[in-house]
Design a protein around this ligand. Structure first.
Ligand code: SAH
Length: 547
């Protein structure tokens, strides 16, 4: 499991407002963390209804948990999940007043490192109880970046030996152990061995430096051939630092799959980064120390177009959140870029005016073709009147002049569109056939809009209108509704959702006959029912059947 760092998206969980200040203080040290609060009591970044169920879901998804409540509450909530030790995220209890930091679970996931960091931020000593950690001043089974533990079970036996009073030798170069409180002896039975070679030695703590670089000159069966090449030289797969390949393989699927399976980065070079004279196909180079993969060649850039959902963090998909965490550059209309934050210092924000979509898309390709991880943000879903189409249009028009754009790894991550979010708040107005229309005539003639509304009216579709009105388009909404009224009864229910999923959220249900442009603006979603759409109490729905 990757160790926690200040970039890990932790869940800071609070039960009431009393813990909110402390939660924000901790959050300030971990840019990607979110404060989760009980919906009925606190206004936090993410709301939950049931503490136990929420904490168990976080635990199951591997999210580090910092709970600002008693250790007992957390233990009881997670009790049913603890039988299987498996991979465990760090779990800590922190006293509401910040006077105690108690690491509970996730020793291998770095809970003690996290406890020390939080302790430092709150200026209290963390309640570390792990004997190895206390005895040696660090977790011997979690070596620093650039090194990998060969075998956890072997490692635990080694640590028990040391705790029982045995001495150890160190074979190889392990600078981080200089500060560890180890009883060393040259003739010790136990040994810490730092080696890239596979070793099955009961008496050793084997740690592999990631010091092997591979040059892949042909992209067939890469994973299989890599494993065979490592095995032939007695090297552990954990000692592999990176795969390097010729630039022409930048879009190779098999190479990408192999790098993922071997859990190493992939980089591309114009020429082999070391002498590969007698090795056709795959060549390996073993260095003395861990290799920084970022210093070799360049990586394939990525461009991910995401939808943030209508506004609140809980309506953003985990896939969009993951893309934001990985992003180096974030582009978008200023409001949406801000909504996607907070960002870390190493992330660059590029905020532009809402109208410069094509230019923004080109800029995104420029950055991604330099090898950067670029995210373009839209509100709602990126494919609904938003950036995904602009990005593809830029590629369509620009790829002949910019061949590097075609090598960019492009992905579109869906989001909850405003029509769907509004519909859900109102009930199920989109429960039967519906259509989605934009009333903006900036990029299409008004005559087309009127014609489409007339056809949708005639087809008795529910209509979801985006971009209903703006200062530059003052008369269009009323005109559009005149067309609608030719096909719909004045009693037809209309749903008006304004700022759905945002703090100022407002929902109104009106009859078509009462509707006018005073009731809508640019932040409103308008859903006009069909002939079958009905109101039941506060809800609006369109039945699934049709007569
Ligand atoms: N890609 C976005 C739509 C962009 S067009 C999506 O899928 O939701 C912008 C229009 O969407 C606005 O004029 C408004 O009609 C609607 N809209 C966007 N966010 C909204 C929200 N939170 N509440 C209500 N309407 C919203």
């Amino acid at each position: 499991m990757a160790r926690v760092s200040s970039l890990t998206p932790m869940a800071i969980v609070v039960l009431g407002t009393g813990a909110l200040d402390m939660a924000r203080r901790i959050q300030a040290n971990f840019a990607q963390s979110r404060v989760h609060g009980l919906a009925s009591r606190v206004n936090a970044d993410i709301a939950y209804d049931d503490f136990g169920a929420h904490v168990r879901a976080l635990y199951a998804s591997g999210t580090p948990i910092v709970a600002l409540c008693s250790a007992g509450i957390v233990i009881r909530a997670l009790a049913s999940c603890l039988a299987n030790k498996g991979l465990e995220p760090p779990v800590l209890a922190v006293a509401q007043d910040g006077s105690a930091v108690v690491p509970l679970l996730g020793g291998m996931g770095g809970v003690n490192v996290l406890a020390r960091e939080i302790g430092q931020a709150l200026q209290v000593a963390p309640a570390i109880t792990t004997s190895g950690e206390l005895r040696f001043g660090q977790c011997l089974l979690a070596p620093p970046e650039g090194y990998a533990l060969a075998d956890i079970e072997q490692g635990k036996r080694f640590v028990s030996g040391l705790l029982a009073g045995e001495t150890t030798r160190i074979e190889g170069h392990a600078p981080w152990l200089d500060d560890a409180d180890l009883a060393r002896a040259d003739d010790a039975r136990l040994a810490v061995r730092i080696t890239p070679f596979a070793a099955h030695d009961e008496d050793s703590l084997v740690i592999h430096p990631r010091c092997v670089l591979a040059w892949i000159a042909s992209d067939e069966d890469v994973e299989e051939r890599m494993r065979a090449a490592m095995r032939a030289q007695g090297l552990s797969p954990l000692a592999l630092a990176a795969l390097a390949a010729p630039v022409r393989y930048m879009t190779s699927r098999s190479l990408e799959d192999a790098a993922r399976a071997l859990n190493v980065p992939l980089c591309f070079c114009d020429a082999p980064p070391f002498d590969t004279a007698d090795a056709p196909g795959i060549a390996l180079n073993v260095s003395d120390a861990p290799i920084n993969a970022q210093s070799i060649g360049r990586t394939r850039g990525t461009l991910t177009v995401i939808g943030l959902g209508p506004g609140s963090a809980e309506l953003m998909t985990p896939a969009a959140r993951t893309a934001l965490i990985a992003a180096e550059d974030v582009l978008g209309y200023e409001t949406y870029v801000r909504m996607a934050g907070p960002f870390r210092d190493d992330q660059r924000m590029h905020m532009t005016d809402n109208r410069e979509e094509l230019q923004r898309a080109r800029h995104a390709f420029e950055l991604a073709s330099l090898g950067r991880r670029v995210v373009v943000v839209s509100s709602g879903d990126p494919g609904v009147f938003a950036m995904a189409a602009a990005v593809l249009e830029a590629l369509d028009k620009g790829r002949a002049a910019h061949p590097a754009w075609s090598a960019v790894k492009l992905a579109i991550v869906p989001g909850v569109s405003a029509s769907l979010a509004t519909a859900a708040r109102a009930g199920a107005p989109l429960g039967h056939d519906f259509c989605v229309l934009s009333l903006s005539d900036n990029l299409k003639p008004w005559s087309v809009i009127e014609k489409r509304i007339a056809h949708a009216g005639e087809a008795d579709l529910v209509m979801a209108f985006y971009n209903p009105l703006s200062k530059a388009r003052p008369w269009q909404f009323d005109r559009a509704m005149e067309v609608v009224k030719q096909y719909r009864d004045p009693h037809t229910p209309v749903v008006l959702g304004r700022d759905i999923g945002r703090p100022a959220e407002a929902l109104r249900i009106v009859a078509l006959g009462e509707l006018n442009s005073e009731l809508v603006d640019m932040r409103t979603m308008v859903i006009v029912g069909s002939s079958t759409t009905r109101v039941v109490g506060d809800w609006v729905y369109t039945p699934r059947w049709y007569e």
